[in-house]
Design a protein around this ligand. Structure first.
Ligand code: MG
Ligand code: ZN
Length: 235
């Protein structure tokens, strides 16, 4: 039974059974959601059980504000408008290389609702991701293009992107970390069963439901914290 997270938990006052069916068999006459979700499907927690024993470790990375500079307006962060405006933050490349050497997979998990809202094109998002892949040692990038009203299972704080990655890479989620700059990232990390670290810019928005395990000022600091607390390679 997939749990419901965030606003959709209250938006959908349906029975547990009906809600579960709606994840994988939702009516989507236009097919738009299917296209946007690119094969995202219901995550069955039982499916993950078998992976928890001997899986790999990953650091899940939020994008805007963690890898690249977010555009802050009225105390809230927004994505760069184009690949030309992408500015990778200082120290990011070095700490990613350190984490990779320590045996962590580096997986980006990002909400890009401006695509669902029609404010930014999917091509622009993909151009930004091509540039990130070219400049940083990333293993994969998972994107949710939905908005809250889509009630998908992948928009953080829902853990769908992380659970999908766990299935694809055979991750041991309790040994994984989520690093993000918003409450959505921290809650998504915890909802997936990971440890979560907040890169705190003191945004004017709600706080995570559960405190992050560490609060830092940059991905460099988050990575150093992980390397200090996670033991050696493979541990
Ligand atoms: Mg962010
Ligand atoms: Zn989504």
């Amino acid at each position: 039974m997939p749990a419901r997270f965030g606003r959709c938990a209250s938006v959908r006052g349906r029975s547990r059974r009906a809600a579960a069916v709606s994840y994988s068999d939702r009516t989507d006459p236009s097919g738009v959601l299917d296209t946007l979700a690119s094969g995202m499907r219901a995550s069955d927690p039982a499916e993950n059980q078998g992976l928890v024993k001997h899986g790999l470790r990953a650091v899940f990375l939020d994008r805007d504000g963690v890898l690249n500079r977010a555009i802050v307006r009225s105390g809230k962060p927004y994505p760069p408008a184009s690949a030309r405006d992408l500015e990778i933050l200082p120290g990011v490349e070095g700490i990613l290389e350190d984490l990779k050497r320590a045996g962590f997979l580096l997986l980006v998990v990002t909400n890009q609702p401006d695509v669902g809202l029609g404010i930014q094109s999917r091509e622009t998002v993909e151009a930004i991701h091509d540039q990130l892949r070219a400049q940083l040692p990333l293993d994969d990038i998972y994107v949710c293009y939905h908005t809250d009203s889509d009630c998908c299972d992948c928009r953080k704080p829902s853990p769908g992107l992380l659970l999908r990655a766990a299935r694809q890479y055979g991750l041991d989620l309790p040994s994984c970390y989520m690093v993000g700059d918003r409450w959505r990232d921290i809650d998504a990390g915890h909802n997936a069963g990971c440890k979560a670290i907040l890169v705190d810019y003191n945004y004017q928005e709600q706080k995570p439901q559960k405190q992050p395990i560490a609060i830092v000022r940059s991905l460099r600091e988050a990575g150093d914290w992980i390397l200090r607390h996670s033991g050696g390679i493979g541990s």
